[in-house]
Design a protein around this ligand. Structure first.
Ligand code: PEP
Ligand code: MG
Length: 386
């Protein structure tokens, strides 16, 4: 729900307790997704404040539309590729006209929710073809199924005491090779009509997991060839979402074509904070120095191996964090649609050189709060803090 709401630009607040649902009928409610507040029957002053906020945001969104077809170039000529995250047809249709350079992360698990069983190879082929065609010739990264953890499939119940550390992502796919290869064949078949396909493996934790995933992809390709369907080998990427992967990046990076940092999970696992637990929500911060150091390390090492790096977690859509990612030399951001133009505005306003000076300064800081304050101070100086 959170992923979808963000993709479609719908304000949403999660983890609200004691909501008097029974007595909300016909009452006015403010859902403030920025500050995570729900306000029932606001008084006139508050109501006015929010109506003005809605107007201001709408005006900003209209102004930002002018940036749609301009390149994401800093004033001193540094290009940062801006792609979007998608998960359903609804947001692919919006992504097509958004000015995005491609889809940097398509979460295939969301489509699986529309079925009451695993979709067949034919069904998946048709869905993936539609997605690739909608964006062609721009690249589309299809991520293999990432269920488990906070994304359980209703018809594939996984009951575990600690799902975030349990059977999820690539672990499920490798343990169910037939379903995994069905998905891989469907992706490869879609790539036969549209050569803009890239495939991404989620939650990789070890070299052997990546080797097995690649071997199954090779098998899927051979199975198609035996049926007279000569599918091309696509670009393949690996997600960096677990600390173990950060420290094995020297070995893992040369095995793939690109790296995609999933900062949502990387933050959760580095800080040991469940990203869906409201009680510890204030501890979850992607600007924590440990997260920034991990990302910087991955970018440096992946570049040494000659592999481009994308960041596809939610931090890529936060202008303060994106400023640091730009300075670190991240090649691509993949962002929720609603934040795309805001980030392009930031990129086109702040010189890369200044971003790098700022990065050097904040990497000396010990806590996320002063880092955030410093970054917002700079965004305000450039009139970007809206
Ligand atoms: C991430 O972990 O940053 C990511 C993009 O994957 P998801 O949010 O789907 O787990
Ligand atoms: Mg993830």
């Amino acid at each position: 729900m959170a992923v979808l709401a963000r993709g479609l630009g719908i304000p949403a607040v999660f983890g609200v307790s004691h909501l008097p649902l029974g007595s909300l009928n016909r009452r006015e409610v403010v859902v403030d997704g920025y500050s995570a507040h729900v306000c029932i029957q606001p008084g006139p002053a508050l109501r006015q404040k929010y109506l003005k906020l809605v107007d201001d945001k709408a005006e900003l969104a209209r102004d930002l539309q002018a940036l749609r077809h301009l390149p994401a170039l800093t004033p001193d000529g540094h290009h940062l590729e801006l792609h979007v995250n998608s998960s359903l047809f609804a947001d692919i249709a919006l992504a097509r006209d958004s000015g995005a350079e491609g889809v940097g992360l398509h979460r295939t698990e969301l489509t699986f929710y529309l079925f009451d069983r695993l979709p067949s190879e034919e069904e998946q082929t048709s869905i993936y073809t539609h997605i690739l065609q909608a964006m062609a010739p721009r690249p589309v990264v299809l991520r293999t199924l990432d269920i488990g953890g906070d994304k359980p499939l209703p018809y594939w119940q996984i009951n575990e005491p600690n799902p975030a550390l349990g059977w999820r992502g690539i672990r499920v796919s490798l343990d169910q090779p037939d379903s995994f290869k069905t998905q891989l064949r469907a992706m490869l078949r879609a790539g036969m009509t549209c050569p803009n396909l890239a495939i991404l493996f989620p939650m990789i934790t070890s070299v052997s997991e990546l080797s097995r995933a690649l071997a199954l992809l090779r098998q899927a390709q051979e199975e198609l060839l035996e049926k007279g369907l000569p599918a091309a080998w696509p670009r393949v990427g690996l997600m960096v979402e677990v600390p173990a992967t950060v420290y094995q990046i020297d070995t893992l990076a040369p095995m793939v074509d690109f790296i995609s940092i999933g900062s949502n999970d990387l933050t959760q696992y580095l800080l040991a904070v469940d990203r869906t637990n409201a009680r510890v929500a204030t501890l979850y911060d992607s600007l924590h120095p440990a997260v920034l150091q991990a990302i910087q390390l991955v970018v440096k090492r992946a570049h040494l191996a000659g592999r481009p790096v994308s960041v596809c977690g939610e931090m890529a859509g936060d202008p303060a964090a994106a400023l640091l990612l730009l300075a670190m030399g991240v090649d691509q951001l993949s962002i929720s649609l609603g934040n795309l133009l805001k980030i392009k505005w930031m990129v086109r306003t702040i010189p890369h050189r200044h971003a790098q000076e700022l990065l050097a300064e904040v990497m000396q800081m010990d806590n996320a709060t002063p880092i955030r304050e410093r970054l917002h101070h700079v965004l305000r100086e450039y009139d970007l803090d809206s």
